[in-house]
Design a protein around this ligand. Structure first.
Ligand code: PRT
Ligand code: ZN
Length: 224
């Protein structure tokens, strides 16, 4: 279902939302975030912003419900693998990597445990919100493991006796340290990215995307 206006899905509230809104504003998109709206109309361009949970953004793109989205690569790749496993559409175009949302997805273990390499994870139970990415990484290495799926409080799982290790996002490392854990393996380095659905758009919409991309290039370069 195509609309006349370009639809961009961004995180409503969270670590990506502020920088995402700032980037769009610097690209000249004028909008006013008021109340708890799902859709915000840009005032000066045929653009609608969809404010959603970040988890929903990859699917909205892959199903062609929205045209553009900004999402962390960690979430994007996890959802893509999950959809592939279920035989659902999982294609998207990565238009550009952005200069925010940087983090790494790492396996962490007890800070006092000896660690000599991935083989030491053999037979361990790993608590994570990213079971697909963990599976891809461990399967590539041929290391057997099991998972414990948690959507929050992943870092307390070892202490709570739910798992031997965790795989979670890390930026400063303070959360790991506060929970008596240390980084053992980095399985993905992630940033926020701008993605597009693979649906063919009409010429006007596509031209608007090109224009936004050119402006984004300028905005990001000016900061470097
Ligand atoms: O509500 P919604 O579902 O939209 O948001 P969310 O709670 O799922 O996501 P949010 O807002 O926490 O994160 C959105 C995206 O920001 C993530 O998918 C990453 O791409 C990116 N990002 C960057 C991070 C971090 N850095 C980060 N440090 N996401 C989460 N964290 C968490 C991490 O999970 C851990 O709990 O911060 C803690 C670790 O931080 P340090 O500094 O202690 O290492
Ligand atoms: Zn989320």
């Amino acid at each position: 279902m195509q609309t006349q206006r370009l639809r961009i899905a961004i995180q409503k509230k969270g670590r990506l939302s502020k920088e995402c809104q700032t980037l769009l504003k610097r690209c000249g998109v004028k909008f006013n975030m008021v109340g708890e709206r799902l859709v915000v109309h840009a005032e000066n361009m045929p653009i609608d912003l969809l404010l959603v949970r970040d988890d929903d953004i990859p699917g909205l793109i892959m199903d062609g419900v929205v045209d553009l989205g900004v999402i962390g690569e960690n979430e994007l790749e996890e959802v893509s693998l999950e959809r592939q496993a279920r035989g659902e559409p999982s294609d998207y175009k990565k238009l550009r990597r952005l200069d925010f949302g940087g983090c790494r997805l790492s396996i962490a273990i007890d800070k006092d445990a000896e660690y000599n390499g991935p083989q030491d994870l053999n037979g361990k139970r790993i608590a994570t919100t990213y079971p697909q990415l963990v599976k891809r990484y461990m399967d590539d290495l041929g290391v057997k493991f099991s998972t414990c799926m948690l959507n929050g409080s992943v870092e307390v799982a070892p202490r709570a006796g739910l798992a031997d290790a965790i795989c979670d996002l890390v930026s400063t490392g303070a959360t790991l340290e506060a929970n008596g854990l240390k980084e053992a393996e980095v399985i993905l380095r992630s940033k926020a990215v701008l993605i597009q659905s693979t649906e063919t758009l009409d010429d006007e919409k596509q031209a608007l995307i090109e224009r936004l991309l050119t402006r984004m290039q300028g905005v990001i370069q000016a900061k470097e």
